[in-house]
Design a protein around this ligand. Structure first.
Ligand code: 1HN
Length: 349
């Protein structure tokens, strides 16, 4: 066969493959890529830019009319939807006297209260939210939001919507007549049941998510300080994970949450891992170096560290406290979790 015959025959062959809806492995780019492609970018959403846009939304969309949730979702600059390929984060605003009716869905959510105070009701339990509190709405739990305080209430939402949609597994339902759900438990009932790390005997809980609907910030903050001091106050900082008190596992099947302290002037280890992370700044200010580029942050800002990007955090003046949300539980069961860490001593070598 001449070169020309060969090329003509190959072109005809690939045409036949297209018609038969098959592709030759040797023509598909990246089938055996040696490392993940870094196709999402780091980005910081600054509270001083986004909070005013949230308040402007009050004039654009009435709660209960145009929308049930006055929320602004953060899109990764390299994506149409999703802060990363599995996670979506954003801010949500509820004004005094407003309510956001109950619904439930297969995607899971966490809230991190940033300003004001009010209630999220989770499966009949009204959960009081104060600054820094972590509140869970696990998959398929009824949830609504109520605000009987006098200061606009803002929180960070973090959900696994892009992951669930990617699995073609999104289902959602409105509560009866689009109303608030009936209260069937007392305020913070789950916190009262499990607060001290001692579990009720013969506990009948069988769900895969944490039975605790709230992790109060005052408790988490004392735990973090105590742990950090007991570790000898490392300049690289300290991190604790919020866990299911019954199993020691992650808070939600798809989501893990952490609280990190970087002491004033301190610097974390440099690491990268396959899961992505969304960080929200609860205290202090500083910056992160992500793939060598500097991203400054201050209180209430949130930022995304995409999959397999090298990163480290540096605290400015004052201690920095960072909440973070990760899709790590999605990677773990399938052997997809990879993590590399560079300790500072090796870093300088
Ligand atoms: C949702 O249900 C809430 O219930 C907030 O407050 C943000 C973002 C995407 C999809 C569902 C909420 C959401 C969401």
């Amino acid at each position: 066969m001449t070169e020309t015959d060969r090329a003509t025959r190959a072109a005809a062959y690939f045409g036949k493959l297209r018609d038969a809806h098959v592709a030759a492995l040797w023509t598909i780019p990246g089938t055996l890529a040696t490392e993940p492609t870094l196709d999402e970018v780091p980005y910081v959403w600054h509270a001083d830019e986004i909070f005013p846009l949230l308040f402007e939304a009050v004039e654009i969309a009435d709660l209960g009319e145009e929308t049930d949730r006055r929320a602004l979702n953060a899109s990764n600059p390299n994506r149409v939807f999703g802060t990363s390929h599995n996670l979506v984060a954003g801010y949500q605003l509820v004004l005094p006297g407003e309510t956001a009716p109950a619904h439930r869905h297969t995607p899971s959510a966490i809230r991190l209260l940033l300003q004001g105070s009010g209630h999220t009701t989770v499966d009949g339990e009204p959960v009081l939210m104060k600054r820094g509190d972590l509140v869970l709405t696990p998959p398929n739990t009824w949830h609504d939001h109520r605000h009987n305080g006098d200061v606009p209430m803002i929180w960070l939402d973090g959900l696994d919507v892009p992951f669930v949609r990617g699995q073609h597994a999104q289902f959602a339902e409105e509560y009866e007549n689009g109303e608030l759900q009936k209260l069937t438990k007392t305020e913070d009932a789950s916190v009262h049941r499990y607060f001290a790390g001692l579990n009720p005997v013969d506990e009948a809980w069988t769900a895969q998510h944490s039975p605790l609907n709230k992790y109060p910030y005052d408790v988490a903050r004392v735990a973090l300080d105590t742990f950090h001091d007991a570790e000898g106050a490392p300049v690289t900082g300290s991190t604790l994970e919020y866990v299911n008190p019954l199993t020691g596992g992650h808070v939600i099947p798809t989501l893990a949450s952490y609280l990190t302290l970087i002491p004033e002037g301190g610097r974390s280890v440099r690491e990268r891992h396959t899961p992505s992370k969304v960080y929200c700044v609860l205290e202090g200010s500083g910056y992160s170096l992500i793939e060598g580029k500097r991203y400054d942050w201050a209180e209430n800002d949130f930022f995304v560290v995409p999959s397999w990007h090298w990163y480290e955090h540096v605290a400015g003046s004052g201690d920095a406290v960072l909440f973070s949300l990760s899709d790590l539980p999605i990677y773990e069961p399938f052997g997809l979790l990879r993590r590399q860490i560079v300790e500072p001593a090796q870093d300088n070598a």
